[in-house]
Design a protein around this ligand. Structure first.
Ligand SMILES: *Cc1c(COP(=O)(O)O)cnc(C)c1O
Length: 412
């Protein structure tokens, strides 16, 4: 007996749920790509993306996924043989580092493991030891989608400045944009990369690189960049086709326009608060289940957890068993564990991730949690009771949650 018929729910950390409004906006005849409304549409998308990221500077758009944004950002800021420092807090910064090595950069990695945020003292010591400033850039993720850690970008900026190091600070916000608060210019990122399929609620296909004047200067000595990836014409097109170095994105532009409208109608601060409350509802459930048995959150400290995704640890193979049960029996798809164990290691099956990013409300989240509880029960995976009560209480008193967050921020 399956209970999976009805609307299925993809609760992985990207691609995220696409709102009907975005889908409907894309359901139209192809537009003229040379002139007419497409030009103002593109301009409005660029300026509103900058608002979401929090920058007054430049944006280059690409037809591509997050990996394309990684490559574009690196190619425009480095010469072959340049040294880059990767700050790894999970799989994704390491992936960006592999991308850098492929472009001919020399990659150094400071690894903070998969269960914690950055250690600023270690970073400071490392940068101070680089007296001749060989390190040209620092690559890291705001939110690592594998570990679900959230790194404090403003604190890292202060650390780099205190060390007197001139490296470019390059931040991957692919998972976090429009989920966890980010403010590029205020936080002091020199380059930010993002993509459309997570917090921006649009099917995969658009990648973004935002860069400030310091990064624009680095472009002048970059020798990795080819005409296609060059951010200069894309950020400042003399003619319309230069935005995308060829055929423009057509339907995706209508889709992301609708997504941006939804974000600004709700209000960006309200979008962050909604993510924060729903994440806390999920954490309340996970905390409660974990009072008996082996289930626990990968990141113990809630102050360094992302509001976009939560990584869960169980006893192998219960992660995989649970994922399969909820998908087959209930139409809920959870994310696999990433980077926690090699895929051929039995330990690989001891993880899952719940995405809670983008187009998400209380019934979706509470439905996912209720379904996980059904799976835990059906599979006889040991867990404490009361998780749904705990999650519902967070949703019932969102103002209490907000004041708790504010109190913590004031103390910090
Ligand atoms: C999803 C993601 C990526 C990769 O994006 P793709 O579109 O799969 O190339 C990179 N970094 C982070 C933090 C992500 O969440």
């Amino acid at each position: 007996m399956s209970l999976a018929n009805g609307r299925t729910y993809l609760a992985i950390p990207g691609p995220s749920v696409v709102p009907d409004r975005v889908l409907n906006a894309m359901h139209r005849a192809a537009p003229n790509i040379y002139e007419g409304p497409i030009v103002t549409l593109t301009e409005s998308v660029v300026s509103d993306l900058k608002r979401v990221v929090g920058t007054a500077h430049h944006a280059a758009l690409y037809i591509g996924n997050g990996h394309a944004a990684w490559e574009a950002a690196l190619a425009n800021t480095h010469a072959r043989g340049d040294k880059t420092l990767v700050l790894a807090t999970g799989s994704f910064a390491k992936g960006w580092g592999r991308n850098a090595a492929g472009l001919g950069l020399e990659v150094e990695v400071l690894d903070f493991g998969t269960r914690a945020t950055l250690d600023l003292d270690r970073i400071s010591a490392y940068l101070r030891a680089d007296k001749s400033h060989q390190i040209r850039s620092i690559l890291l993720v705001h939110v690592d989608t594998a570990s679900s850690v959230r790194n404090d970008i403003a604190a890292l900026r202060a650390c780099v400045d205190e060390a007197g190091h001139p490296a470019l600070l390059m931040v991957d916000c692919i998972a976090s944009l429009a989920c966890d608060a980010f403010d590029m210019d205020a936080f002091g990122a020199d380059v930010t990369v993002a993509a459309c399929q997570k917090g921006l609620m649009t099917p995969p296909g658009m990648a973004f690189v935002f860069f400030n004047p310091k990064a624009a200067l680095a472009r002048e000595r970059a020798d990795c960049v080819t005409a296609y990836w060059d951010w200069k014409p894309r950020a400042n097109p003399a003619i319309y086709p230069e935005y995308f170095c060829g055929t423009t994105l057509t339907h995706h532009l209508f889709g992301i326009r609708a997504a941006l409208d939804m974000i600004f109608e709700e209000g960006l601060p309200a979008v962050f608060t909604r993510h924060s409350i729903l994440a806390r509802a999920a954490w309340a459930a996970f905390d409660t289940w974990g009072r008996a048995g082996d289930l626990s959150m990968n990141i113990a400290d809630p102050d360094t957890r992302s509001c976009a995704v939560t990584t869960i640890r169980l006893r192998a193979p219960d992660g995989t068993r649970l994922r399969k049960w909820v998908e087959q029996n209930a139409g809920l798809t959870l994310g696999i564990g990433l980077g926690m164990a090699p895929p051929d290691d039995p330990a690989w099956h001891g993880f899952f991730r719940l995405g809670h990013m983008g187009h998400l409300n209380a019934p979706m989240l509470l439905g996912a949690l209720g379904t996980i509880e059904a799976g835990l029960t059906a599979l006889e995976i040991e867990h404490a009771s009361g998780a749904l009560d705990a999650a519902a209480r967070v949703c019932a008193q969102p103002s209490a949650t907000i004041s708790e967050i504010k109190t913590k921020a004031a103390i910090a």
